[in-house]
Every structure is written in C-alpha cells, then in structure tokens.
Design a protein around this ligand. Structure first.
Ligand SMILES: [Zn+2]
Length: 209
C-alpha cells in the first residue's frame, strides 16, 4: 500500500519525543533486571522510507510503536530487549516504513544551521582544509556585498580563514571554497540528529549518499 501525498500523521508520529525503558538482555535471556538501569538506555533509531532511503531518526519507543502497528519492519536489531509484564521486544536499530512516505522538497531545504553546514562540509574548513575545533560558517559572498544566506553561499570556515577573508569576494583575495556549496542531502540532517552514527547505520546511509 502506498500512501499518497504527505503523510503528516505518520511524520508527526515519528517526530514525537519519548524514551523507552530498555533492559539489557541477560546472558541466558532470563532474569528481570532493574527498571532503573533500563531507563538509562536510550538511543536512536534510523528510519528508512519504503524505498530504503534514510529519512528520519526517531526514538526507540517511537520505532517500537511503528513496529507494533505494522507500519514498519525491522531491518537491524540491537542487543537489547524491552520488557514489560506483557511485552518482550528486540531493540530496533534500523527500521523501514512499510508504506512510502513522500518527503516534501522543502523538508530537504530546512533552516540553515551552523551544525548542518559543518556536517555537510564534513567539519572541514572549506578554504584551508583544517579540521580544527571552533569552526565558523562563512558567507562566500559577504552579506555586506549582497550575498544571501542560502546553502549555496555558506561554507564551513576556520576562524583564521574567516578573519582573513573578511568582507572580500573570493576572487579579491583568492580564497575559493574547495567544493561548490549546495543544499545537503537528507543524510546531513540524520548526522546532525545523531552525531555519533552507529556502525550498523552506515551501510544504509552510504547507499543513499
Ligand atoms: Zn581555514
């Protein structure tokens, strides 16, 4: 079944915050462990569209609801199980929506944040290639010279490069971004939402890159 149009209810369901109470699976699979320990085990789940395109990151609890409602299928499971009096579930790591959700174009062109720009540029100064801490974002064509705050005009820049360039145009000081800036793919937002991407996610993110 294909969901036509923008399935707001489903996207809203995915976005709802919450944390499941997860209990680490015992060596023999038995023995109930303390709920306090379980409550501290949070984590994020990578959500793929029916087409296997990564579209979202959600909480374990939200992913579990989607699995229980048969709105998603489990692709990668973790080492944890959730336990309640009536439930015993594997911890989802990567799930795939059963029905295709059309992701609106404007979602891909979300608000430009420093984090998203740095993630797009792999946390590397686009002028000198440095990966030092404290990266800033730089308008390639300065705002004072009519440059717009759009993805195509903003790059990651180390503070020294940013200072050196000042309000000059790239050709005036021969400072050109190493790669032409452009709007990022959806993976960038997944990396921003989960800065520490689990190894089990990488194959799915790589397929979409
Ligand atoms: Zn630099």
């Amino acid at each position: 079944m294909e969901v036509r149009g923008y399935n707001r209810a489903l996207m809203d369901a995915l976005a709802e915050p919450g944390q499941g109470a997860w209990v680490r699976r015992g060596p023999a699979g038995g023995g109930l462990m303390g709920a306090t320990e379980g409550a501290s085990i949070g984590g994020r789940v990578l959500v793929l569209n029916a087409t296997f395109e990564p579209i979202h990151v959600c909480t374990v609890r939200r992913a579990t609801v989607l699995l229980l409602k048969a709105k998603a299928e489990m692709l990668e499971r973790g080492e944890l199980v959730v336990r309640s009096e009536r439930l015993r579930l594997e911890r989802p790591v990567v799930i795939r929506l059963v029905a295709y959700v059309r992701v609106p174009r404007d979602v891909r062109r979300r608000k430009i944040t420093r984090k998203a720009v740095l993630a797009r540029d792999a946390w590397t100064c686009q002028y000198c290639g440095s990966e030092r801490h404290g990266l800033t974002v730089d308008h390639v064509i300065p705002r004072s010279r009519g440059g717009e705050s759009v993805w195509e005009n903003i790059v990651a820049s180390c503070a020294p490069c940013n200072r050196r360039k000042g309000n000059r145009l790239p050709r005036e000081i021969e400072m050109h971004p190493r790669t032409a800036p452009r709007p990022p793919g959806p993976n960038v937002f997944i990396r921003v939402a989960a800065p520490k991407v689990p190894a089990s996610w990488e194959p799915y993110l790589a397929m979409a890159a």
